[in-house]
Design a protein around this ligand. Sequence first.
Ligand SMILES: *Cc1c(COP(=O)(O)O)cnc(C)c1O
Length: 382
Amino acid sequence: MVVYLDYQSTTPCDKRVLEAMLPYFSENFGNPHSTHLLGIKANEAVEIARQQIASLIKAEDPREIIFTSGATESNNLAIKGVAHYYGSKKKKIITSVIEHKCVLEACRSLSAEGYEIVFAPVLSNGIVDLDFLKNTIDDNTLLVSIMMVNNEIGTIQPVAEISELCRNHHAFFHCDASQAVGKIPVDVKYFDLMSMSGHKIYGPKGIGALYIRMNPRIRLTPLFMGGGQERGVRSGTLAVPLCVGIGKACEIAAQEMNSEYTRLLELKNYFIDRIFSNLTKVYLNGDREKRIPGCLNFSFEGVEGEGMMLGMPEICVSSGSACTSASLEPSYVLKAISIREDLAHCSLRIGLGRYTSKEEVTYATDKIISVVNRLRSMSPLW
Ligand SMILES: *Cc1c(COP(=O)(O)O)cnc(C)c1O
């Protein structure tokens, strides 16, 4: 039995999504920018998808949604696009130390161009330090980029409060909501720009979206030049099947989010209960309450995360974050919440999602418990 518990890294494409996409690879192959019959058909499908996304995130106008290749591109476009368009007036950008690498690196590249980048710390519960934000944001702040849900520890950031701070100082608020959309209610009324990704919500890989507020209108300098598609912000022929896929994924998420949230909450509690009642010296990283149910991050004292993974190859989890686990450096997110260095190496991220069953949780927790006990019994330090 293979148990997939890595839903923060990616999700399988829902069969209903795949079904919706298939005709747009072959029969309905038209270029949505062409004005003939097949072009119009493709364009209609794209516009339905745009509407499905807009409706899930409560955007007033579907034209506020533009398609990208994924959240990495959306984040780069939002941050660099705003910086380059407005940067002659204001130079300060605030982000947080636990953002996804693509946000951190986009900001770093701007600091080389003369922008002032401030990396806001987080408290030990994984929530951004609001007092720091209050003291740092000023009228020279162009942009604040803070995620809604963290991809390693699952904590939910106080976006309403951050939004109010930004509005008080006329700073734009960009939010990477890749791990929030489709899982918890997301409302773009708080944001000026918001990124999301198809493959985190049971849609296809290689597509994402960026919400760009139209009222008042936010302008962006594009990342690359071309035919001027997507309101001139993102040139290139749209990947129609992928657009249809992310749209369908949003439609399904809107219908199933509430019941799925309740189901995952029960599974999460079952998971935690089994771990805590069978093992000592286990720590749940990140706030106990302000988190999504589908993302758990544990530190098992005395047992390296990578070692655990080798001991249970059929359980697909992640030690630290997927992007950093190849380097065996302790995760920068766990460092940022100042857990002990040894505990950062002893962490596993467990993602529960749409296809996770109770049987799988029973099986996986049994495995984890026996691997931890075995590794601890072999460890001279334990
Ligand atoms: C996965 C993820 C990304 C990157 O998304 P892609 O679509 O794979 O480029 C960005 N931010 C967060 C929080 C993510 O979880």
